[in-house]
Write a new protein. Structure first.
Ligand code: SF4
Length: 89
């Protein structure tokens, strides 16, 4: 017998990589930005609903090293070398 929800609508299985990122509580990318506005752009485009598209997330899932300056779109954030040494010390 087929079960149909009372509302008559079909339930959907969650789409892998959609929804809130499971790494968001400890993601180092959040420490990169002093501007909340810029950080929020990344959060809205990746962390909150499309983490499966994030280069940081995908690298972490393969067990690869995730550089601090790797952005979700796969590009590297260009930062001052001295700042980077301090941030990773
Ligand atoms: S930057 Fe990527 S890995 Fe980090 S919380 Fe956002 S989606 Fe997840």
């Amino acid at each position: 017998m087929r079960t149909v929800p009372k509302s008559g609508m079909r339930t959907r299985a969650p789409i892998p990589g959609r929804g809130a990122c499971p790494h968001s509580m400890a993601c180092q990318m959040y420490d990169l930005f002093t501007s909340r506005e810029i950080l929020n752009v990344w959060k809205e485009n990746y962390c909150q609903d499309a983490y499966g598209d994030c280069a940081r997330y995908r690298r972490a899932c393969t067990g690869s090293f995730v550089p601090l300056t790797l952005l979700p779109n796969g590009r590297q954030l260009n930062v001052d070398e001295r700042w980077l040494r301090k941030a990773t010390a």
